[in-house]
Design a binder for this molecule. Structure first.
Ligand code: SF4
Length: 406
């Protein structure tokens, strides 16, 4: 989301007549787009901000702005905490910030400048902001606010604009993306995907991140039927134990979650499934953790993103006791990693000899081209290919995290 926010700001700066993305030493204004999902991310942003004090005082006229989740969390208190910070603004309402810049640089700005040429092939396109869920470990609803979907026509126009600038793969983005509902006519994510799919020149379409209870058959059919829609579904489960899901307030049972995956596999041929898991959440017993391991072993996801629970101030779970010892969290993390390494390896080995479509992203330090399959697997190519090329190749070998193909 921050990457998408930075892109959107770059567009707005260029419309104003400012050149975005120049080297810091040549810049007049530094803008920090912050994340507050984990305390660590916030600490890093604070540290960057501290470092910028010397940059600012090195030349008169320089300024520093801050936006993103930290503004949702702390607001203008940040201006008191960091004396060298000049502006804070809400990413959802940046108009006031840009109006101030317009006043400040009046006369010095001569209208829109073209954005610097981009060889970007991939773009995130936010379609819904905020989240109406209340998962007890998560700060997002407090810093990003209630859900607000963008008009489908606006999203489609932006997708066209991105493709005209060279983007070939778009990921529709939202904290709860499959809860998207167009304010124009109430249509959902499947209908939005249908509109974006028609944009001439677009090769691939994905979406991120979904809530299990919004995974409708209509959406699964869109993945199956639309030519650009990639056969991939990331569906965070977080735990394989109903009691733990209850404490997390995830609002689904393990059985309901598994039913969605079953429908996804039945409707979308060759779909790859990935998920997020938190280990060591407040009160997670050994039996609950074993339920999670069992569920992972039964589903055999292609990829699992694992985190050890860390308390986040401002969330409901922060008031609970963080009672799983760190050593136990680490053991559980390791157990999931080992299980998933074996499963991912087996799943990738099963692809050896099959053909896959790879969208080439670039060249590694060893000179080999690499890219991703439609199922989002990393693939290294034995034949040369340039960024943006789509090649159909045969998998010659595989490991847990990547394929080699020729
Ligand atoms: S659905 Fe995702 S973003 Fe929303 S509260 Fe839950 S974890 Fe946070």
């Amino acid at each position: 989301m921050n990457s998408a926010d930075a892109d959107s700001l770059a567009e707005q700066f260029s419309e104003l007549g400012m050149v975005p993305g120049v080297e810091l030493e040549n810049a007049d204004l530094a803008v920090l787009v912050t994340c507050a999902v984990r305390q660590h991310a916030e600490d890093r942003a604070s540290s960057h901000l501290g470092e910028l004090a010397a940059w600012k005082s090195a030349r008169p006229g320089r300024g520093i702005a801050l936006t993103g989740c930290m503004v949702g969390e702390h607001g203008s208190a940040l201006l008191r905490r960091f004396r060298h910070l000049d502006y804070v603004f809400d990413m959802r309402e940046p108009e006031g910030f840009f109006a101030r810049l317009r006043d400040l640089y009046q006369g010095a700005l001569e209208g829109p400048v073209p954005l610097p040429a981009s060889d970007r092939l991939f773009a995130y396109l936010p379609v819904i902001l905020g989240c109406n869920e209340m998962c007890t470990y998560c700060i997002v609803p407090f810093v990003r606010g209630r859900e607000s979907s963008r008009p489908a026509a606006q999203v489609e126009a932006e997708a066209r604009h991105l493709v005209e600038r060279g983007v070939v793969e778009i990921t529709l983005l939202g904290q709860n993306v499959n809860s998207y509902e167009s304010p124009e006519d109430g249509s959902g994510l499947a209908e939005l995907m249908t509109r974006v799919d028609r944009v001439p020149g677009l090769r691939r379409l994905r979406f991120l991140t979904s809530h299990p209870r919004n995974a409708s058959d209509r959406l699964l059919d869109a993945i199956a039927d639309l030519p650009t829609a990639c056969e991939q579904l990331h569906l965070p489960v977080q735990s394989g134990s109903d009691s733990c899901l209850g404490r997390m307030k995830r609002e689904y049972s393990v059985a309901e979650y598994l039913a969605v995956l079953e429908r996804a596999r039945a409707r979308v041929e060759g779909i790859s499934l990935s998920t997020d898991v938190i280990v060591g959440f407040c009160g997670e017993s050994e039996a609950e953790f074993q339920d999670t391991l069992q569920m992972l072993a039964a589903v055999r996801f292609d990829t699992v993103h694992i985190q050890a629970y860390s308390p986040r101030p401002g969330t409901a779970a922060y008031r609970r006791s963080d009672d799983v010892p760190l050593a136990v969290k680490k053991e559980r993390l390791q157990a999931v990693l080992e299980l998933q390494r074996r499963i991912s390896d087996e799943r990738n080995q099963a692809l050896v000899g099959q053909t896959v479509e790879v969208l080439v992203e670039g060249t590694g330090s060893d000179g080999r081209a690499f890219g991703r399959t439609r199922q989002n697997r990393v693939a290294w190519l034995e034949e040369p290919a340039g960024p943006g090329e789509v090649v159909t190749v045969r998998v010659t070998s595989a490991s847990a995290w990547q394929l080699v193909a020729a």
